[in-house]
Design a protein around this ligand. Structure first.
Ligand code: SF4
Length: 285
């Protein structure tokens, strides 16, 4: 790829300013990173400035928190159930619900599908909103058992786009939960955008926190090397940083990202609620 004197390739987002290929999610970005990253590993056409800063954020968080290993689960099905149960609750509550399902020997599409909804709700009670989540879980199980003849592995083998489409049709599964399943259960490189992603990357001037989900997802997937492991770890690290440091009142002085100064820490776009970032799944410890 032909590069200019700053090392940016043709089509680099750095040169595009406020309105760009991602439809305006990206604010103009001056490359301030002193660290040198291997841009050969980034996607072609547009990874330079934003990609550098995102990778710097990733490496600072990884250095601070270490490898997270998310998502925990003995099987893709367990991960999928966990992704639905973790909406609006802490992971520790999900673990309790999963333990109860396992204790009954019911952690399979068939067993959960055959369970009456009231019984399923009672089983997952520790996860909170248990009646709502039982309904959502059953909608997901109907997709697997009725539409796909019980072939859960086949569901995960579908092309990522088709898998996403099917998941998004399920009652109660929004883009974040769908992408949790696509990334962590199916192992496909989609970037999960949650409220902490909006808050942290918005505060660091990389995106407009209130931008639509798909706009942010496509920006991140275009700016980063498209690798499943990176996307898994990056999402988890962002959640860790959000929970520990980047709260409504940010703790920049002690945050591992404090060395790369935030641009906006108030004025609305760093606020999860005002940014339009409904907390679909504030999971992870
Ligand atoms: S706490 Fe401050 S330095 Fe840390 S991620 Fe948030 S805005 Fe950035």
């Amino acid at each position: 790829m032909k590069k200019d004197s700053a090392g940016h390739g043709q089509g680099c987002l750095c040169s595009l300013g406020r309105k760009d290929a991602a439809g305006g999610a990206i604010q103009s970005w001056a490359v301030t990173s002193k660290r040198s990253f291997d841009t050969k590993k980034t996607n072609g056409g547009g990874a330079c400035g934003a990609g550098h800063k995102l990778l710097e954020i990733y490496r600072l968080l990884e250095k601070h928190f270490g490898a997270t290993g998310w998502w925990p689960g003995d099987s893709p099905f367990e991960i999928s159930v966990g992704a639905i149960l973790t909406q609006n609750t802490n992971w520790s509550n999900v673990e309790k619900a999963l333990a109860r399902i396992k204790a009954q020997g019911a952690l399979s599409p068939q067993a959960l599908y055959e369970m009456p909804e009231a019984e399923l709700a009672e089983l997952i009670r520790p996860a909170g909103y248990f009646r709502v989540k039982a309904r959502r879980l059953r909608a997901f199980l109907r997709l697997v058992m009725e539409d796909l003849g019980g072939d859960f592995d086949g569901l995960l083998r579908l092309p990522a786009k088709r898998l996403r489409e099917l998941l998004l049709r399920v009652h109660g599964i929004g883009p974040e939960t769908a992408d949790d399943i696509v990334l962590y259960a199916a192992g496909r490189p989609v970037f999960v955008v949650d409220a902490y992603t909006r808050r942290i990357l918005g505060r660091h001037g990389l995106l407009r926190a209130a931008a639509p989900y798909e706009e942010i997802r496509s920006f991140l997937e275009g700016a980063l090397p498209r690798r499943t492991k990176l996307f898994k770890e990056f999402h988890a690290l962002i959640v860790y940083a959000g929970k520990h440091y980047c709260r409504k009142v940010p703790r920049c002085a002690v945050c591992p990202l404090g060395t790369i100064k935030p641009i906006v820490v108030d004025g609305g776009n760093g606020d999860i609620q005002s940014a339009g970032g409904r907390i679909e799944s504030p999971h992870f410890p």
